[in-house]
Write a protein of this length. Structure first.
Length: 176
């Protein structure tokens, strides 16, 4: 989704958007395989302009269906979040291209070129930032038994008692 900077009035512009599953498949097919099928992406952005600098605030909502990191069962992952960016023209950034140390406030700055803002990369970036490192089917997922492979959420096994490391057997005698 591209927006022309000259079309953004100083009092602001609010844009609602909805993208279907094909949109995310198409975006990730061009770059890399995400391995996380997304549902439809809904959201809104508000743009405010002061001269050539734009201030963007937005929120996104989507869902993903993937495997649980512990038990490998299907996991439903709701994804939502809000974000803010400061968008400035790319020419102004090129003039100050010398090495600079970034601080946390600089991470919310993005650039645009040729009077156009492409919101798709910003939306994808925010979706990826909302995905946890380990996706779980539920908070108290017990995972798979490392010895027999049984799903510990559905059944229990006695492998823990049988497969004790012989080097740790002496610790069984300890009284706490």
């Amino acid at each position: 989704m591209k927006i022309s900077v000259t079309n953004v009035p100083e009092e602001g512009l609010k844009v609602q958007f909805s993208k279907d599953e094909n949109w995310s498949r198409q975006i990730f097919a061009e770059k890399e395989k995400l391995g996380l099928p997304l549902g439809s992406v809904d959201g809104s952005v508000t743009l405010k302009r002061i001269q050539e600098t734009l201030y963007l605030e937005g929120d996104i909502r989507t869902e993903a269906e993937t495997d649980c990191s512990r038990c490998l069962e299907a996991a439903h992952l709701p994804i939502s979040g809000s974000f803010k960016y400061v968008l400035s023209p790319a020419q102004a950034e090129a003039e100050h291209a010398e090495e600079q140390e970034l601080n946390p406030d600089d991470l919310d700055i993005a650039c645009y070129q040729d009077d156009l803002i492409d919101l798709d990369p910003l939306i994808i970036e925010q979706i990826l930032l909302q995905i946890p490192m380990k996706i779980l089917c539920r908070e108290d997922c017990r995972g798979l038994c490392p010895h027999c492979g049984i799903n510990l959420n559905q059944h229990s096994c006695r492998c823990h008692d049988e497969h004790m490391d012989s080097r740790l057997a002496i610790l069984k005698k300890l009284k706490v």
